[in-house]
Design a protein around this ligand. Structure first.
Ligand SMILES: Nc1ncnc2c1ncn2[C@@H]1O[C@H](COP(=O)(O)OP(=O)(O)OP(=O)(O)O)[C@@H](O)[C@H]1O
Ligand SMILES: [Mg+2]
Length: 760
């Protein structure tokens, strides 16, 4: 057993064949044992090393250069008499294994190390050194040079005496290193690639810009253009930030992929909103009234409400009172078609100096129509409000929400919910379109809604509306409208000059009464158009020379025979038919209730697409007549074994409501007494089983219809008396109104005294 001085190596390992210089004093010894030490524990294996040189390091004492010779396993250690720690050891030089066993491993090891050096960018020196080592054990020990192996791994190599095992271990460690290096390289390459691509793109883009500039196509890039536009759009700060964010995204992306096209569309929409543009509002009520009067005949109530609205606004602004969030009214114009609702909306815009846009809501069933689709949808677009603002070009236009009563709802959401937000003055200063996703201030917009009927407007919406009713025009009003507006417009449209063609009021009135039956004036305008087209043809073909005065013959020639005659006279000539008054979506109308009887089991047959309420009225009517048969002078035998059939033409149109009650009683009573109904009488009113007459709605429209149909007497429920004030005086003067409280009064007024043969 040999004994050698221990030289501890802290946290390092020296292999055989490895030179090392250490700042230690080894006395006169020529050989020492290098033993790795960690945390004050010595390894059980060391390396015998020869001292090749002794050095004196300036100021730090002695140092020695050592060269590892071979491994040694350690035995007991003790301090010598001279105080030096020495250890017993057994030399373990490498045994030479069979080359056949190691050849394969050597080749593998060299290959792996080669690759590592390749990745490391070795200049060839280390490779040459590795190649120069032919001994298998020494080859495995070169792994000890590797900076990437840790202390534990190196110690493991040192402790492996068997050369084959050691070589295997070395191959394994080096393979792990290689894998790690490869991953590292791949990541580095990827990063570099990306950076280079960006650089490349940048230069190409610069070149492209230069080429464009040369061609005079652009002074700057698309992004610069957007930047300028955004800067000058006067957007509120949050919107501007959003625009800038999108623009940055656009720039980063380059302008040639699908996503960037979407960003451009978005930016285009964002800039289509007239953020900073307002019309100078004109708040002069006198001027406004002038314009409203010039555009529309009549409609006093509407015009008064509009001027009042303007007057209030004017005062508030003049007196510096702040805009009251809750003060916004949503004027809602409700009435039959062709009564000027849409066109007065345009006049409001003109009178206040605002822009006008119409937004038709008929058939809108999707909330996204109002509010837009979120941008995550393919082909997403902003909603109608944003488009309306774009069309208006200002933030304070008049927006007409046309046909709010025809709005629908289904699984795609309820558009009225979105409208609610739009119309609510407390919310609409921060309206959020799904597509734009920024807040829009709609509080400057003057909303005007229109509808034909009130009952289909969603209740929550209706609640926020200030309703102005358009009940339709009287014949006189229609003549005035025709004279002042429709006639001049049609004359012009047909290429004629005002002095070339004339018509007297009496003839205009004939066109109104004989060729139209409507609450509004659309049909009337169409008929006048036809009339003037014929006239224009005659002048153009020189078959007649101007000026032409349109007379009765010309009217009949152009429009044919009268389309409407005094129907009531014909229809009520037989017993069992009574003239009722109704309100439909197109205004007031007369309807004839027909009753007939035939042999049967006493049942009641109802036809004419009657709704439930109307059917019940018919049953009440029959019960009332049966139970008062004696007072009414009805022969008991007349009802025995017979059933009554009640029909309300036109059969194809659905009808409902209780207001035909007294008409049904009258028709049945007329049938069973054989007394026909007076041809000049129209009636409306709900009936109870006790024979009381209850009030109904829409009286003005009904009276106008009765007048237009040529009736002169109208039976009205007592409690509707005050409503007669709404009826225009020229109509009131021509008609007689009977206010009634009970059915017997109705029958006394409506039935002819003269009895006819039972019309069954
Ligand atoms: N009082 C009036 N004075 C002058 N012109 C009128 C008047 N009332 C209606 N008109 C004209 O009648 C035409 C039809 O009116 P408009 O389109 O406004 O009807 P509307 O009430 O909106 O009908 P709808 O309910 O069918 O939409 C318009 O050309 C309008 O100028
Ligand atoms: Mg309209």
């Amino acid at each position: 057993m040999n004994r050698l001085r221990i030289v501890p190596l802290d946290d390092t390992i020296v292999f055989p064949g490895m030179p090392v210089t250490l700042p230690v004093d080894v006395g006169p010894d020529e050989r020492v044992l290098l033993v790795p030490r960690r945390d004050n524990t010595y390894a059980s294996v060391g390396v015998v090393a020869d001292v090749s040189e002794r050095l004196r390091v300036s100021g730090r004492g002695l140092a020695v250069s050592l060269m590892g010779v071979h491994r040694a396993s350690l035995g007991g250690a003790s301090a010598d008499h001279d105080g030096v720690l020495r250890v017993d050891y057994e030399a373990r030089p490498d045994a030479t294994p069979a080359t056949s066993l190691t050849r394969e491993l050597e080749r593998e090891y060299r290959a792996v190390v080669d690759e590592i050096l390749e990745l490391r960018g070795d200049d060839g020196r280390i490779r040459a050194f590795v190649r120069s080592i032919t001994d298998a054990g020494a080859l495995a020990d070169t792994a000890g040079y590797s900076p990437d192996l840790n202390f534990g791994q190196k110690l493991q190599l040192l402790e492996t005496f068997d050369v084959v095992e050691r070589l295997k271990l070395a191959v394994q460690f080096q393979r792990e290193r290689l894998a790690e290096l490869q991953v590292r390289k791949r990541i580095r390459d990827d990063v570099e690639d990306g950076a280079q691509k960006q650089q490349r793109e940048y230069f190409l883009r610069r070149q492209m810009d230069a080429i464009r500039k040369e061609l005079g196509e652009h002074d700057g890039s698309i992004a610069d253009e957007y930047r300028e536009k955004i800067a000058s759009a006067g957007m509120p700060d949050p919107v501007r930030q959003q625009a800038d964010r999108e623009l940055d995204r656009f720039e980063r992306m380059g302008d040639s992929n699908a996503e960037s096209a979407m960003i451009r569309t978005y930016l285009d929409w964002l800039m289509a909103v007239p953020w900073a543009k307002r019309s100078d509002e004109r708040l002069d009520p006198v001027h406004a009234r002038g314009i409203l009067d010039a555009d529309h005949e009549g409609l006093d109530d509407v015009k008064r409400r509009i001027t009042e609205y303007l007057a209030v606004r004017k005062l508030r602004t003049e007196r510096g009172m702040k805009e009251h969030r809750r003060s916004g009214v949503i004027l809602t114009l409700i009435g039959p078609p062709g009564t000027g609702k849409t066109s007065i909306g345009e006049s409001i815009a003109r009178a206040t100096g605002r822009q006008f846009v119409r937004m038709s809501l008929g058939g809108v069933r999707d909330e996204a129509e109002i509010r837009g689709h979120r941008r995550t949808y393919i082909g997403a677009l902003p909603g109608r409000l944003v488009r309306a603002l774009r069309d208006a070009g200002t933030m304070n236009p008049v927006i007409m929400l046309d046909e709010v009563d025809k709005i629908g709802a289904d699984w795609r959401g309820d558009p009225s919910a979105a409208l609610l937000e739009v119309l609510d003055p407390a919310q609409n200063h921060a309206f959020r379109d799904h597509y734009l996703d920024v807040e829009l201030d709609l509080s400057q917009v003057l909303f005007v809604a229109t509808a034909n009927v009130a009952d289909t407007i969603p209740a929550a919406l209706f609640d926020r509306m200030e309703v102005i009713r358009f009940d339709g025009y009287t014949t006189d009003e229609k003549v005035a409208i025709a004279r002042g507006h429709l006639w001049p417009r049609q004359v012009e449209r047909n290429g004629l000059r005002a002095e070339e063609v004339t018509i007297v009021d009496a003839e205009l009135r004939r066109v109104v009464t004989d060729y139209t039956r409507e609450a509004g004036v659309r049909q009337l305008e169409r008929e006048l158009g036809t009339l003037l087209r014929k006239t224009a043809t005659r002048i153009a073909s020189a078959s007649q020379t101007a000026p032409i005065a349109i007379d009765r013959a010309a009217v009949i020639d152009a429009l044919g025979r009268a389309k409407f005659v005094h129907e009531a006279a014909v229809r009520t000539a037989v017993a069992g038919v009574a003239t009722g008054l109704a309100v439909t979506g197109v205004g007031g109308d007369v309807l004839f209730v027909e009753a007939a009887s035939m042999p049967g089991k006493g049942a009641l047959v109802l036809t004419g697409q009657l709704g439930d309420v109307m059917k019940e009225s018919a049953r009440i009517a029959l019960t009332y007549v049966k139970s008062h048969a004696t007072e009414l002078g009805i022969d008991q035998g007349a009802l025995e074994g017979r059933e009554v059939h009640v029909h309300v033409p036109a059969g194809a149109i659905p009808k409902d409501g209780p207001s035909a009650g007294i008409t049904m009683v009258t028709a049945i009573a007329s049938l069973l007494t054989g007394r026909p109904v007076k041809a000049t009488v129209g009636m409306t009113g709900e009936v109870t089983l006790q024979g009381r007459v209850l009030p109904i709605g829409g009286l003005k429209q009904k009276v106008l219809a009765a007048h237009a149909a040529g009736l002169t007497e109208v039976i009205v429920p007592e409690r509707n008396g005050p409503d007669l004030d709404d009826v225009p005086s020229d109509v009131r003067d021509h008609m007689q109104f009977h206010l009634v409280g009970s059915v017997d009064q109705v029958l006394a007024l409506a039935l002819d005294d003269k009895e006819l043969a039972l019309a069954a």
